[in-house]
Design a protein around this ligand. Sequence first.
Ligand code: CA
Ligand code: CA
Length: 148
Amino acid sequence: MARKSEPETFFSEKEKQQLVQAIERAEKNTSGEIRVHLARACKKEVLKEAQEIFEELGMTKTAARNGILFFLSLDDHQFAILGDQGIHEKVQEEFWNQIRDELIVHFKREQFLEGLIAGIEKCGETLSNYFPYQKDDSDELSNQISES
Ligand code: CA
Ligand code: CA
């Protein structure tokens, strides 16, 4: 059955929980912060839209500037992965391309949950190399899925 493009119900409660758990698992190994945002549609170019949400969610305010946002626009079938400047100083373009390509493969098969979880895991892995988990780590950004 095709998914509806309402951000609130695109994923079932159980699926949302699986996403949150994937973020929690990833954040156990890194001080980096990962978020997933679902938008109904883009009013402007997807990257600009994602950047605005990035700011709105306070993702530019982490101490090490190491937040990553998975932004999905449902109606127009677009997505973007955004990392803050702390991450850009560490990883190459290749990192983003790999995650993007993996998401595309999953999304084409309508495997949105699987794709996002794979992407989150990959980000967690890479972030842990550059931003290892700190004993006094705090959850700077909510792990809940946000919607607009
Ligand atoms: Ca943290
Ligand atoms: Ca978090």
